[in-house]
Design a binder for this molecule. Structure first.
Ligand SMILES: [Fe+2]
Ligand SMILES: [Fe+2]
Length: 351
C-alpha cells in the first residue's frame, strides 16, 4: 500500500510538471554573462526570450507556485507529493548528495544553470546576487573623530582590538572567520529596527532597510567563505555564541539609544577590518600563510577567475569592508546633520 501510494504521488508530481510546462514560462535557465545576468525563458509559443533575471525570477515563481498549489488543493489537501530535490539541500553546495523533499505545497524546486550549462550549485545565493568587487575603492579613507560620540565610538573599537590581537595573534584566517561572525550582526539589527520603525510610523525607509540587510548578507557570505579555509575549534564556537549573545544585545540597545553612534562605531569597525585584511595580505605575500586556491563559493559569489587564490579572496573581501565603512560613516553623518536616514537615498547594491 505504501509503495502504491508513493508511486501515485510520483505520477501526480510528474503530471503537475507537465501542467506547469504547458501553461507557464516553465523552462528557464539563468546565466551569467559579461554584460550581467540574464535568463532564457521559453514562452507560450515556444519562442525564446531574454529577460532581466530579476523580472524572470518573479514571473517563474508566481506561475510555478500558483499552478502547483492549485493542483494540490484540488486534491482536497490530502495528497502528498514527492518532489526530488536535485540541488544540495544544505547551503554548502559542494556536497553532491541528493535529498528527497516531501511536500504537498507545490513549491517548485528552483533550477538555475550557469552560462556553461552546468548546474548552479548554491542554494544560499543566486547568480543575480553575485558581483565583481570594486577594487579601486580608497582603502585609506578615515573619519577623524571630532565629537564626544565619535571619540567614544573610535575608542570602543580600538579597545576591542587589543583582546582580539591577543587571542588570534597572527592567525589571520581564523581571525577573519571569527570577526565575520560579529560583523554580520549590525546590518541585521539596524535593518530590523528600521523595518519596525517603518511599520510603526507608516512611512518609507528610503531603501535603508534593504541596504543594511544587504550588508548583513554580504558579511555572512564572508563567513561562509572563510569557514572553507579555517575550521573553527570547539572553544572558538563557544566563544562565538557568547560574543554574539553580548554583542547583539549591546548593539540593539546602542542603536535604539543613538543610531548616530551605532553607525559611527561600525564605520570604525570596518576601518579596523580593512587593516586586518591588509595584514592578512602581508602574511600571504611573505609566505607565512599558504596561498591556497580560492574556495568555490568565493569564485561564484565574486565572479572570480577559476584560478583565483586566497589572496584574491582577501582582496575582494577587503574592498567589501571599505564599502561598508563608507555606508556606515555616511549613515552616521546623516544623523549628525539632524536628518533621518530615509531623507537620503540608501546606497542599495553598493559593493
Ligand atoms: Fe566582512
Ligand atoms: Fe564589513
Amino acid at each position: 500500500m505504501m509503495m502504491a501510494s508513493r508511486g501515485g504521488a510520483a505520477k501526480l508530481a510528474s503530471s503537475m510538471m507537465l501542467v506547469s510546462r504547458s501553461f507557464s514560462t516553465a523552462i528557464a535557465r539563468g546565466t551569467i554573462g559579461k554584460e550581467g545576468v540574464t535568463a532564457k525563458a521559453v514562452g507560450f509559443h515556444g519562442d525564446v526570450v531574454r529577460k532581466d533575471i530579476s523580472e524572470f525570477w518573479i514571473r517563474s515563481s508566481v506561475f510555478g507556485v500558483r499552478h502547483r498549489s492549485t493542483v494540490s488543493l484540488g486534491e482536497k489537501g490530502q495528497q502528498q507529493v514527492n518532489m526530488k530535490e536535485t540541488q544540495p539541500a544544505a547551503e554548502g553546495g559542494d556536497k553532491e548528495e541528493k535529498k528527497e523533499v516531501v511536500s504537498y505545497w507545490g513549491v517548485p524546486p528552483s533550477r538555475v544553470t550557469k552560462e556553461d550549462g552546468t548546474e548552479w550549485k548554491w542554494n544560499c545565493f543566486r547568480p543575480w546576487e553575485t558581483y565583481s568587487a570594486d577594487l579601486s575603492i580608497d582603502l585609506k579613507k578615515h573619519h577623524a573623530p571630532a565629537t564626544f560620540l565619535d571619540k567614544m565610538a573610535y575608542w570602543t573599537v580600538k579597545s576591542l582590538r587589543w583582546p582580539t590581537d591577543l587571542f588570534f595573534q597572527r592567525r589571520y584566517g581564523c581571525r577573519a572567520m571569527m570577526l565575520e561572525t560579529v560583523a554580520a550582526v549590525p546590518g541585521m539589527v539596524g535593518g530590523m529596527l528600521l523595518h519596525c520603525k517603518s511599520l510603526r510610523r507608516f512611512e518609507h525607509s528610503g531603501g535603508w532597510i534593504k541596504a543594511l540587510l544587504e550588508e548583513a548578507e554580504n558579511e555572512r557570505m564572508h563567513l561562509m567563505t572563510f569557514m572553507e579555509v579555517a575550521k573553527p575549534r570547539w572553544y572558538e564556537r563557544a566563544l562565538v555564541m557568547v560574543v554574539q549573545g553580548v554583542f547583539f544585545n549591546a548593539y540593539f540597545l546602542g542603536y535604539l539609544i543613538s543610531p548616530k553612534f551605532a553607525h559611527r562605531m561600525v564605520g570604525y569597525l570596518e576601518e579596523e577590518a580593512i587593516h586586518s585584511y591588509t595584514e592578512f595580505l602581508k602574511e600571504l605575500d611573505k609566505g607565512n600563510i599558504k596561498n591556497v586556491p580560492a574556495p568555490a563559493i568565493a569564485i561564484d559569489y565574486w565572479r572570480m577567475h577559476p584560478d583565483a587564490t586566497l589572496r584574491d579572496v582577501v582582496e575582494v573581501v577587503r574592498a567589501d569592508e571599505a564599502h561598508h565603512r563608507d555606508v556606515n560613516h555616511f549613515a552616521s553623518d546623516i544623523h549628525y546633520q539632524g536628518r533621518e536616514l530615509k531623507e537620503a537615498p540608501a546606497p542599495v547594491g553598493y559593493h
